[in-house]
Design a protein around this ligand. Sequence first.
Ligand code: DMJ
Length: 662
Amino acid sequence: NFLKVHLCSYTRVIPSLPFSESSVFLPGVSASGMGLRLSQKFVFLLFLSGLVTLCFGALFFLPDSVRLKRIFLSKNENPAVTVGSDNELSKKVPGDPEHLRAGLKGGEGANVKLKVSRKPSVTHGARTVERSVGSRAQDERSPARAQEPAARDERVTSAAHNGERASAYSYEAFKKCLLKPALGKNKGTPSDSETLQRREKVKEMMKFAWDNYKRYAWGQNELRPLTRNGHIGNMFGGLRGASIVDSLDTLYIMGLMEEYEEAKEWVQNNLNLISNGEASLFEVNIRYVGGLLSAYYLTGAEIFKQKVVELGEKLLPAFNTPTGIPRGVINLGSGTSWSWGWASAGSSILAEFGTLHLEFLHLSQLSGNPLFTEKVMNIRKLLNKIEKPHGLYPNFLSPVSGNWVQHHVSIGGLGDSFYEYLIKSYLMSDKTDQEAKKMYYSAMEAIETNLVQKSPGGLTYVAEWRGGILDHKMGHLACFSGGMIGIGADDGPTEQRQHYLDLAAEITHTCHESYSPTKLGPEAFRFDAGAEATATRLSDRYYILRPEVIESYMYMWRLTHDPKYRQWGWEAVEALEKHCRVDAGFSGIRDVYASTVSHDNMQQSFFLSETLKYLYLLFSDDDLLPLEDWVFNTEAHPLPVIRKTCLQEHGAKHDHGQTDLE
Ligand code: DMJ
C-alpha cells in the first residue's frame, strides 16, 4: 500500500500524516534533516519508491526455489480454494454428466453446487464434484483452507542432480528382473478366431477414438466428439495432452505403433511441465505420472523417465502440511496447495492421498531420490496407527490434525482406490510389503462385517456407511472391487481364499446385473425400496464410458477363465458401439435406461487408458502383461513388480535412494 499510494496517488497520503510529518510538505518550508525543498523531496521519494517497486516486482521472476522469493512471497500466495462459482463447472446443471469427471467414485456428489471463495478459482472437473458425498450442506459451506508452501526439501530442488541420478537407472537390468516378456510370446494373440476377431474390434475402437481425438482435439486434454473440438478441463493444472499421455501404453500394447510414435513425439516436443495452474494431485498422479511411468517401463524411452521425474518433483510441495498428508489441490508452479472447497472442514480425501503409493515408489526407483517413498510411507504410517471406527477407514481426514473429519465410509467414491493401492502395494513389492498386506486384509474384514450385504433378490453388494447407518447403494466406481478382491484372494488367510474368490465373483455378477437393459450401467444403483441393482434417481442414470465393471471382468477372466466374463465383455463392446459411438469418437450417455440415446459430448481420457485396454486384455492371452510381473495403477497403467534383490544384483538400482521398503 505504501508503494501504491506514493506512486499513484501521492497527495492522498498527506492528510493522513501526523502534523509533525505533514508539515514537512508545506509549500516553501524546507525539508528538515537533509535541507531538501519539498519538490526535491518529492522527486527523491518518487525515485525511491520506484526503486523499491522494481526490486519487489523482480522477485516474481525469480525461480521458486530462491530463498528470497520464498521469504517475501509465500504469505501472499494463499488464494482460497474455490471450486468454481464463477467458473464453468458451477454454471452447469447439477448432475450433468458432461461435466462430471471420472474420478473418484461418488456420483451423488454430482448434485452438489460448488461454492466459490474468490479467484483464482480451482475449477475441478466432475471427479471433484463426484466426491462430495457426505454431509453435503456442510461441505458446501466449509471454508476453503489455504496452505502456504513450506520451504522445499533441498533434495527436490537439485534437478540437475536428480537428472543425473535418473539417467543412472539401468533399464536393461530392470528387464532382466521380469519373469516373462512384457508383451508375451506373441503379443497375447489368442488362438481362437472368435476371440481374435473381438480383440481386433477393440483395437479398431481404440484407433477410431484416437484418430478423432487427433483430428479434432490434438494437444488438448479430451475430445468433445459431438461438437468436434477439444476440452482442456480444470483438473490438470494447465498440463495438456491428457488423452495422449493416458493412451501411450494402450497404443503400444495394441501394436498401434504409428500412433504410439506420434504420441511419444508429442510428449517429447510439447508436454510442457512448466505450468502455473491448480491441479488435482490425484488426477495428475494417476494419469500423467502413471501414464509416463508405464510408457517408460514398457518402451525404455528415456524421455518418459525424464518427464515423469520432473513432474513428480512438482507434486512434492503438496505434502508440506503439518501431518504430511497432502492436500487435494496443488499449484504446479508455486507449489502452493489447498484442500478442496467442498471437502469437510478442509479435509483431504482418503482415495486421493491413499492413491499415490505405487507411482511414488517408482519415482524413487527411477530418480534415486528416496523422498517420494518417504512421503507415501509417512501417509501409510499415519493411517496404520490412527484409530479406525469398527476397523473402517472414513473418507475425510484432516491434514492438520491427522484425525478423521467425518465417518463416511465407502469402497466406491472417495474411498475406492485407497484399498486398491494397499493390495497392489503388496503385490508390487514382490509380496514383501507386509504392512500393506495386513492393512488390506484387516480393512477387508471390516468391510465384510459392516458393509457387504445380500439383497432380497440374492445379489451381493457393498453398501456405504455413514456413522453406522447403511446406505444401500453401490456406485459404478465401486465395481472395481470385484477385480480387486479377486487379485487379493490368493494371499489372504488360507481358509478365506475360496471365500474371497467367491465374493469377487458375486460382486462382479451384481455389477453385470446393473448393466441393463442397454447393457451399459448407471453411475449408481440401489438395493432398497424394491430396487435390485437399478438406479432409482434420474441423476444416477448416466454412463460416462467408465471402466470399472469391465476391469473386474478382465481380472475375473484371468483368475477363473470362466467364459462368461469374455461374453459379458463382448456385450459391453456391442453396447458401446451401439450407444456411445458417434461420428467423431465415443461419447458418454445421459440415461442408460432411455430408449432414445442422449450423448454427453465427452470422450474421457480413461476410456482410452482403461476401458479399451481392459477390453483388449480380456480378449488376449494371459501372457500379455502377465500379473506376476505387472500391477495396474488405478488408471490401468501397468507398473512392474519391484524385485529389489534381483534389481540390486543386476545393478538396476542406485546405491543411494534406498527406501524404507528396500
Ligand atoms: C479413473 O480415472 C480411475 O479409475 C479412478 O480411480 C476412478 N475412476 C476413473 C474412471 O471411472
